[in-house]
Every structure is written in structure tokens, then in C-alpha cells.
Design a binder for this molecule. Structure first.
Ligand SMILES: [Cu+2]
Length: 270
């Protein structure tokens, strides 16, 4: 089982960049609209989260969650995070946080003034852990800090179908669910913060468990992207922002392509 997972992870890692290169943006628009539409028509609802950096993290990401009853098909694309931790691929624990305000914290949440919003300090904004987005096994809050089942490395594609508990489902539907990816590069923190222990796992440094990416989960507006996704008018950074979203969406479509490869691979290995 473990061997299969490692193999498929490699397949995903290889397949996604190739799919991204081969995928014209127009094809992305059409396929994204089609997949969103088919998810809706099958009785499910598609939710998306754009993952933005917190706490000096430089990364970004997109997560798509197709919810049908309590079953969630999750596809995620993350890049630009801290790559290594103690000479090994950096484990990035990640969760669906629930029952907070349904938002990501601002720097005002840094109540102890060390320049880092710890997981606890961000709690009022995004709430407690509802579901752990692990690569295998337990997805309950109990697995929340298990670095052995966290996705790892600075860039990864994550794809898993899991059953959510009722609290998480209710929170998603109420617009109170937030995706949080944890794990910072310690060298980007202040000397004070670098010397602090994690608020979640005291044996780890603060950087290891602090939030790196955050995004509220909202009903997908993907069907609207092909018509008006790239804003060519206006000044400032709005156009750049939209193009960034568009590119991130293309990465997600590539991740979905990777998931197809993954399914084929599992079939072959059975
Ligand atoms: Cu979390």
C-alpha cells in the first residue's frame, strides 16, 4: 500500500507539469466549465478555495472540493512553499478548519507580536480543525499534526476522496470552512519567532506548524471564468490578480489530469 502511494505520487508529480504544458488555456476553460457543470448536475456542489500566503510564506495554491452528501472529492495544487525540513521533504499538514468566522486572519491576529500568526492565534478567524487533509489513513482532527501522513515538499498535487464528518459538511454549507496549509521556512521569521516552540506540538519549532497558506472554501464560480476571467481593463493590480487566478486554475486542471493518470495507475497495479 505504502509502495503504491509513493509510486502514484511520483506519477502525479511527473504528469501534472506535462499536462500543464500541453494544455491550452482555452481547453482549460472548456474542461473546467464542463467538470463544474457535471458536478452540479450529478447532485453535488463544487467548492473552491484560492490559497494565499500568510506569515511570510511565498507560495500559492488552489483547492477544489466536490461535495456529494458526505463524500468529498478533493483536488489541490500547491506551489512555492518551504521545500525541506531537517534535510527531508517538508511535511505540510493541512486541514479544513471549521466554525470560526470563515475567514483568514490578518496580521492583527498576531497577539504576542512575534511577527507570526500561530495556528492558535488564527483560530478565531478560521476556527478549529474539522478534517485533516492527509495523504492516507485518518482524516479526523486527531491526525491534525501527523507529519507522516502530510503532503510534503514545496510543490505538490493532492488528490483524495474522503468521507467528511457532519460538522465539517455543515460548516462547508454554512460558508464557515477554511483551508489552511501549515509549515513555514524558519529563515523567513524574526530571530524571536525562530526560537519559539510550536503552539501545537512543543517538540517542533513554531515555524513547523504555523499557517503558510489560507483560503475560505466557497461555492465555485468557475463557470463564469471563460466569459470574464481575464480583466484587460482598469489599472492597478486588478488585471494581474485575475491572470494569476487564471494560471492557478490551469494548474488545478493539470492536477485533475494527474488524477486521471493516478486512477489508471491504481487499476494497473491491482
Ligand atoms: Cu490547519
Amino acid at each position: 500500500m505504502t509502495h503504491t502511494k509513493k509510486t502514484t505520487a511520483r506519477v502525479l508529480a511527473m504528469a501534472a507539469p506535462m499536462a500543464l504544458l500541453a494544455l491550452p488555456l482555452t481547453a482549460f476553460s472548456a474542461s473546467a466549465a464542463t467538470s463544474a457543470a457535471s458536478a452540479q448536475s450529478s447532485g453535488g456542489t463544487t467548492y473552491m478555495a484560492t490559497l494565499n500566503p500568510l506569515n511570510h510564506a511565498s507560495g500559492s495554491g488552489m483547492l477544489m472540493l466536490q461535495l456529494n452528501g458526505s463524500q468529498a472529492v478533493i483536488t489541490e495544487n500547491v506551489n512555492g512553499l518551504a521545500t525541506t525540513f531537517m534535510n527531508a521533504p517538508y511535511p505540510h499538514v493541512q486541514h479544513i478548519h471549521i466554525n470560526g468566522m470563515g475567514t483568514c486572519p490578518t496580521t492583527a491576529a498576531d497577539t504576542n507580536g512575534d511577527g507570526v500568526i500561530s495556528t492558535t492565534e488564527g483560530g478565531p478567524a478560521y476556527g478549529a480543525i474539522g478534517t485533516t487533509l492527509s495523504v492516507s489513513g485518518d482524516t479526523s482532527p486527531a491526525a491534525g499534526t501527523d507529519v507522516k501522513t502530510a503532503p510534503s515538499g514545496g510543490t505538490y498535487q493532492y488528490s483524495r476522496t474522503i468521507t467528511l464528518d457532519s460538522a465539517t459538511v455543515a460548516s462547508i454549507k454554512a460558508g464557515k470552512a477554511v483551508i489552511v496549509v501549515h509549515g513555514l521556512d524558519p529563515t523567513t521569521l524574526s530571530a524571536k519567532a525562530q526560537s519559539e516552540k510550536s503552539d501545537l506540538v512543543p517538540s517542533l519549532p513554531l515555524a513547523a506548524t504555523s499557517p503558510a497558506l489560507c483560503g475560505p472554501l466557497a461555492v465555485s464560480q468557475m463557470a463564469m471564468v471563460p466569459g470574464g476571467g481575464v480583466n484587460t481593463g482598469g489599472g492597478g493590480t486588478s488585471g494581474v490578480h485575475d491572470i494569476g487566478l487564471y494560471a492557478a486554475g490551469a494548474g488545478l486542471a493539470a492536477a485533475a489530469g494527474g488524477a486521471l493518470v493516478l486512477r489508471r495507475r491504481i487499476t494497473v497495479e491491482k
